[in-house]
Structures are given as C-alpha cells and as structure tokens.
Design a protein around this ligand. Sequence first.
Ligand code: FEO
Length: 174
Amino acid sequence: MLKENIVELLNAQITHETYAAQLYLQMAMWCEERGMRGAASFFRSHVPEEMNHRDKLVNYMVESGAKVLIDAVPAPRADFDNLVEVLRAAYAHEQKVTAQIHHIAATALDEKDFSTFNMLQWFIAEQREELVLFRGIVEHIELTGFTGENGVAMVQMNRYLHRLASGEAHPELS
Ligand code: FEO
C-alpha cells in the first residue's frame, strides 16, 4: 500500500499534468488565432504527451491499489504579449513540473517507497528531455534575437517550431 502523503502527491501531480495539457492547448490556440501555425502545431503536439504523463501516474496508482481522486484543474493562463513570452512561460512551466517530480521522488526516498521512486525514474528522465527541448527553444530565441514581432524572424521561428513538432529538428542543434 502506498503511504497517504505519497498518494496525495501523486494525485496532485495528476492534476498538474492535466493542467500542463490545458496550458499547452491554450497556448496553441493563442498561436492559432494569430496565424502562427508552426508554434500552434508545436504546442498541439505537446498536449497528448502531457495526457500520457497523467495516464502513467493513474495507471501506477491503480496498479498499487491507491485511490485516484480527480481534482478541479485551474484555468490556464491565456494572455500573452507576444510569442517570446509564450515560449518563455512554457519553459518556466517545465521547470516547475521538474521540481514537482523531484519533490515526489525525494519524498518517496524519505519514505523508503522504492516502488514509487523507481516508477518516477521515467518521469525524471522525461523531465530532463522536456527541459532540453524548452531550454533549447529559449536559447534559439536568444541566439536569433527573435523579439516576437511579425516579420521574417516570425516566419523562421514558426518553421523552426514546426520542425521541432514533427521531429525534423533537434532543440540543441538547430
Ligand atoms: Fe508533463 Fe511537459 O511535463
């Protein structure tokens, strides 16, 4: 049986992963409304990934005989000044989720809950990949001097994000 504090943390993480899916869908819609198709496809492609994270946690809890409680999901942020702000907010969000996962892992170790700690190894590796991806985008913004203004740089940024979404580009190499 999982300890109560671990069950609470896992249930909270289910909500956080669902929030991430909602946030990226909202970001995709923000981009879509402004004709930023590449950015929209990048964020849309990330929505099922977040749902997959949620489902992995649900599956683990079901297998462990823990009670899954589906909580309300806060409305995601919908207002941004420009695409740079959207992309920086996405990176900040991934940093926050990484800290949440690390906190659960640290708690599982404290509790000598090696099963949960082991399950979380997948999430730790996944968050590392997420940070590489989103940090790569922020570094790309800085390298190209992209300001979020419409113009040639906006078209190029959308192409870059579309290539990332389709797996044609690597965040560290493009
Ligand atoms: Fe569920 Fe993007 O981390």
